[in-house]
Design a protein around this ligand. Structure first.
Ligand code: URA
Length: 187
């Protein structure tokens, strides 16, 4: 089965998911989108209002910023894959709860297994905590690629939504983002 078909199957499963209470408040699931053959998988936190309305990850203001940063390194959305730690929107965009992250984790793991990205870029502290438990906080980890014991290479970045409203974080994120091509070259 092609990678696209396998990802479609995972997305279909997510659409039916009732493993946590977010199933009751969502309008749409947001499984993720992009190129199944991507070298880079971006993983954010959770869908926001726009994403919940459209079923597409990072389709609001943070997504526009992400697209701009991709452009600066010569990439577009259709060359990468973009997903989230949670596939459904938490009410009022509150932080994901541990039980929700646990319930949702198998979907992300399956996506990683199918895509087999060279690099997983963790956007924000929830994504970092998900993939690099015990490694430290994002203020220490951001901008440095690490190969974890499972062999996978990860890069922690500040979340584009957090950086949108904070000039300092914004310039740090832009600088960190520019390291992606060199990191990828070395893998
Ligand atoms: N923030 C996220 O973490 N994910 C999205 O899809 C949109 C905003």
């Amino acid at each position: 089965m092609s990678k696209q078909s396998q990802l479609n199957e995972i997305a279909a499963e997510i659409t039916q998911c009732v493993k946590c209470p977010l199933a009751n408040s969502r309008n749409n699931t947001v499984p993720g989108s992009g190129n199944p053959e991507a070298d880079i998988l971006f993983v954010g936190e959770a869908p926001g209002q726009k994403e919940d309305e459209q079923g597409i990850p990072f389709c609001g203001a943070a997504g526009k910023f992400l697209d701009e940063m991709l452009y600066t390194i010569g990439l577009s959305r259709d060359q990468v894959f973009i997903a989230n730690t949670l596939k459904c929107r938490p009410p009022e965009n509150r932080d994901p709860e541990d039980s929700e992250k646990q319930a949702c984790r198998p979907y992300l793991d399956k996506q990683v297994e199918v895509i087999k990205p060279k690099l997983i870029v963790c956007l924000g502290r929830h994504s970092v905590a998900n993939f690099m438990p015990g490694a430290g906080g994002i203020s220490k980890l951001h901008g440095k690629a690490v190969r974890r014991p499972n062999g996978q290479v990860y890069l922690a970045l500040y979340h584009p939504a957090a950086a949108l409203h904070n000039g300092g974080l914004r310039s740090t994120l832009i600088e960190d983002f520019k390291k992606i091509p060199a990191i990828l070259n070395k893998i």
